[in-house]
Design a protein around this ligand. Structure first.
Ligand SMILES: Nc1ncnc2c1ncn2[C@@H]1O[C@H](COP(=O)(O)OP(=O)(O)OP(=O)(O)O)[C@@H](O)[C@H]1O
Ligand SMILES: [Mg+2]
Length: 350
């Protein structure tokens, strides 16, 4: 049912936020296809199940759906599942790929009744495209300009009743007229260790690798509350188990592997610790503005805000305040830098 072929603006796959192309292709194979395979996010799942069933019984399109949450928590997956559960066609694009209104019009003109049309990174829509989308979402019509100059006129083309699924990591950057046109708004939470352990178990059986229970829990506890990270750790541990062990992923293999990957007991990677260290050493523990911080760690502000910060905040290591980012007491403790905290309190910079 997935149609990636008929327009260059329709994405062939979602390869965002991952650094290894082979892993990206594996990500597609690990992606759950139906709601009962989608583990965790109980509230979202329960609600969506009702809305999908109701729409299916009425043979109507599902109301437009807005998915909010940090990278790798399952927004694209859930959009695809929604189409599968509805037995509907699925079309995918992302806002940066829509450069001109005609790009959006091109896709809208190919959709059918009840199509699930997914726009990723919807906070990055250009204003002219967003306006076109308002009419498409609300009135199921497309405003199209025919002719040029004085002879130009607008015609309204009727569209089939479709479902728009918009996803974003930055809900604050989506305009309120756009948000108000979504009938269903769902916010993702980080996953618990228990949920991630179940996801790891499911993925390991798809990848055909054995993982003992303790090892699954240990990997899950270091996966930043994020299924994409859990699957990535699993694939790396499979490599370690194959080369350093007998192929089975045990707790000892995971300990050794995490150590080699420099992932600590909270699941922080080297870059997370560098962010905290930079605030402590260069800015006396904060507050420091996001832009300055991003420059100091040579990272883009988007990656800092979307990928690193939400988990550091969730762990209680970092706080966002109106004056900037501040590291918490827990961060000093985690890094074994309590002495730095005392000096910073007394006004010393390092
Ligand atoms: N609830 C889940 N159960 C099982 N696996 C999941 C779940 N959510 C996500 N995954 C796995 O994590 C991978 C990443 O999920 P997905 O691509 O849907 O995240 P995303 O929220 O769209 O991220 P991004 O913001 O980067 O686009 C999927 O390929 C899938 O294998
Ligand atoms: Mg996605």
């Amino acid at each position: 049912m997935i149609d990636y072929t008929d327009d260059s603006k329709i994405l062939r796959a979602d390869y965002s936020h991952t650094d290894d192309f082979a892993d990206d292709r594996n990500e597609t194979s690990l992606r759950p296809q139906m709601l009962n395979e989608f583990l965790g996010q109980k509230k979202i799942k329960e609600n969506l199940k009702v809305f999908i069933e109701a729409a299916r019984n009425r043979t109507e399109s599902l109301d437009h759906l807005f998915l909010i949450g940090p990278p790798g928590l399952g927004k694209t997956t859930l959009a695809q599942i929604t189409a599968h559960e509805l037995g509907a066609e699925f079309k995918v694009t992302s806002a940066p790929a829509l450069e001109k209104p005609k790009d959006l019009a091109g896709i809208l003109s190919t959709i059918s009744e009840r199509t699930v049309f997914f726009i990723d990174e919807i906070h990055r829509l250009k204003p002219a495209i967003e306006e076109m989308l308002y009419i498409a979402m609300e009135d199921y019509e497309l405003d199209w300009i025919i002719g040029q100059g004085a002879a130009a006129r607008t015609v309204r083309i009727p569209l089939p009743k479709f479902t728009l699924v918009g996803a974003t990591t930055k809900a604050g950057m989506v305009s309120s007229p756009l948000i108000s046109r979504f009938g269903i708004v769902q916010r993702f939470n980080f996953y618990t260790t228990d949920e991630l352990a179940k996801i790891i178990k499911r993925s390991s059986s798809i990848l055909n690798v054995s993982v003992d229970n303790d090892a699954a829990v240990l990997m899950a506890s270091c996966a930043r509350g994020t299924p994409r990270v859990a699957n990535r750790i699993l694939r790396r541990m499979r490599d370690f188990a194959q080369v350093l062990g007998n192929g089975m992923i045990t707790k000892d293999i995971v300990f050794a592997g995490l150590n080699k990957l420099e992932i600590d007991n909270l699941g922080l990677e080297k870059y997370d610790r560098e962010i905290l260290l930079s605030i402590i050493k260069n800015f006396g523990g904060g507050p420091v503005g996001a832009e300055t911080l991003a420059i100091s760690i040579c990272e883009s502000i988007d990656t800092l805000e979307d990928y690193y910060e939400p988990y550091l905040i969730q762990c209680g290591l970092l706080q966002r305040t109106p004056r900037g980012r501040i590291v918490t007491e827990k961060a000093y403790k985690h890094l074994g830098l309590e002495g730095f905290k005392k000096n910073a309190d007394e006004g010393f910079l390092f």
